[in-house]
Design a protein around this ligand. Structure first.
Ligand code: SAH
Ligand code: SF4
Length: 372
C-alpha cells in the first residue's frame, strides 16, 4: 500500500476504492484534469487490479505521482488462506486498524462466486450464527468491501473471472447501507468487474426501513431475506430483530420491493433440526409466501463450536423442500461450501474465539437445484 503524505493537504492518502466512478470524475474535474481519466483509473483498479500506482502505465508519471500522493490502493493484508476439500477458499484479511474479516471464494462448476463481508462482526445477535458472538465492531468502508473481491480475484485460475457476488459474509449489509450502495455501484461499472444486477445478491436479516429504502432507491441487486421461522415466536427466539420488525412487517416491506421492482425476491430459511425443520413449518411457509414472486433457499444449519443446534439429515431437508416444491414454490436446497474450513454461511468469525475445525457432513453434492 502507498503511504506517502498528501503534500496539498497534509492528510494521509485516502482509499481510492471508496470512490465511485462518478465521485472520481468529480475529483479529476476539480483538479482540472480530463474526466475520462477516471475511467482509465477504474480500469487499472478493477480490471488489471494493480497493486502499485507504477503499474498504471498509460498514465503520465506526473499524474501517477499526484494520484499516489492523494490516494492509496486499499490493499488488504492476507492473514491466512484455507482451502476446503470442495475447492472453496477462505481468506482472512487484516484491515488497517488490525481488525480481521473473512471472505470466501467458491467454485461452482465453471464459475466463481465470492461471499463478502460488510461489517466487522454483526449487531443482530442471531442465535445460530457464529458472527453474532463478535458483536458489531464496525462497518466496512465501500473500499474494504470492494477490495475483498479484488484480492480474491487474484487467486483465480488464469482466464477465470468472478461471476457472482453474495453479500452473505460477516455482518448485516443493510446495516451499512450507504457503503453497500457505493460498493454495488463500483462492482457494476463496466470498466471494472461489470457485474449485472442479477449477479449480485444482498442478504438481510430483515431491517424493514432499509428494505423499504432499497425499494425506493430501485437498487440494482437481488435481495435475499432471512426468514428462518414461520411464527413470530419461533423467529424471535432465533433472531432478536424479529422483536423490532416481525414477520408481517418484513413481508409487507418485501411486497413493496417486489411491486416496485417486479423482481423475484429470495427468502432464506435455515433448517435447524427439531426447531425450524418440521414439515408443518414447510406448510406454514407456503401459506406465508402465498402471492409472492419468490424463490426459497433452504440452508441446512452449518455447525460451529459453542452452538447446540443440529442440522437435519439430508433426507429430511429434501422432504422439507418437496413440500414447498409440490405447492409450486421454486425452492433450492443449499449445500454449503467450505464447511470443513468453517467457511459456510454463519460460520464466519474472527478473533480466535472459534478457531477449531469441524468435519463437514458427508454425502453432499454441490448446490442441489430443484425444479429445473
Ligand atoms: N446478515 C445477513 C447476511 C449474512 S448471513 C443475513 O442474516 O441475512 C447469510 C445467511 O446465512 C442468512 O440467511 C443466515 O440466516 C444464514 N446463517 C447464519 N448462520 C447460519 C448457520 N450457522 N447455518 C446456516 N445458515 C446460517
Ligand atoms: Fe448477523 Fe446475519 Fe449472522 Fe444474524 S445471521 S448475526 S444478521 S450475520
Amino acid at each position: 500500500m502507498d503511504t506517502g503524505t498528501n503534500m496539498d493537504t497534509g492528510k494521509p492518502p485516502e482509499n481510492i476504492k471508496n470512490y465511485t466512478l462518478e465521485a472520481l470524475h468529480g475529483w479529476f474535474s476539480a483538479k482540472g484534469e480530463k474526466p475520462f481519466r477516471a475511467r482509465q483509473v477504474f480500469q487499472w483498479l478493477y480490471h488489471h487490479r494493480i497493486a502499485d500506482w507504477s503499474q498504471a502505465t498509460n498514465l503520465s508519471k506526473e499524474l501517477r505521482a499526484t494520484l499516489s500522493m492523494h490516494f492509496h490502493l486499499g490493499g488488504l493484508a492476507l492473514d491466512s488462506r484455507l482451502t476446503s476439500r470442495d475447492g472453496s477458499l477462505k481468506f482472512a484479511f487484516r484491515l488497517d486498524d488490525g481488525a480481521v474479516i473473512e471472505t470466501v471464494l467458491m467454485p461452482n462448476r465453471t464459475q466463481y462466486t465470492v461471499c463478502v463481508s460488510t461489517q466487522v462482526g454483526c449487531a443482530m445477535g442471531c442465535v445460530f450464527c457464529a458472527t453474532a458472538a463478535m458483536g458489531l465492531m464496525r462497518n466496512l468502508s465501500a473500499g474494504e468491501i470492494v477490495q475483498q473481491v479484488v484480492e480474491v480475484a487474484r487467486h483465480l485460475p488464469p482466464e477465470k473471472e468472478v461471476r457472482n457476488i453474495v453479500f452473505m459474509g460477516m455482518g448485516e449489509p443493510l446495516h451499512n447501507y450507504d457503503n453497500l450502495m457505493d460498493a454495488l455501484n463500483i462492482l457494476q461499472e463496466d470498466t471494472g468487474f461489470c457485474l449485472s444486477a442479477r449477479r449480485l445478491t444482498v442478504s438481510t436479516s430483515g431491517l424493514v426501513p432499509a428494505i423499504l429504502r432499497y425499494a425506493r432507491d430501485g437498487v440494482r441487486a437481488n435481495l435475499a431475506v432471512s426468514l428462518n421461522g414461520v411464527t413470530d415466536e419461533m423467529r424471535a427466539a432465533l433472531m432478536p430483530i424479529n422483536r423490532r420488525w416481525n414477520i408481517e412487517a418484513v413481508l409487507d416491506a418485501c411486497r413493496q420491493l417486489t411491486s416496485e421492482n417486479r423482481y423475484r425476491i429470495t427468502f432464506e430459511y435455515v433448517l435447524l433440526k427439531d426447531v425450524t425443520d418440521g414439515l408443518d413449518n414447510a406448510r406454514k411457509l407456503v401459506r406465508l409466501l402465498h402471492g409472492f414472486k419468490c424463490k426459497v433457499n433452504l440452508i441446512p444449519y452449518n455447525p460451529h463450536p459453542g452452538s447446540a443446534f443440529q442440522a437435519p439429515s439430508m433426507e429430511h431437508a429434501r422432504e422439507f423442500q418437496r413440500v414447498l416444491l409440490n405447492k409450486g414454490l421454486l425452492t433450492t436446497l443449499r449445500i454449503s461450501k467450505g464447511q470443513d474450513i468453517q467457511a459456510a454461511c454463519g460460520q464466519l468469525v474472527t478473533g480466535g474465539a472459534f478457531a477449531g475445525k469441524i468435519p463437514a457432513r458427508e454425502g453432499m453434492e454441490p448446490e442441489e437445484r430443484a425444479s429445473g
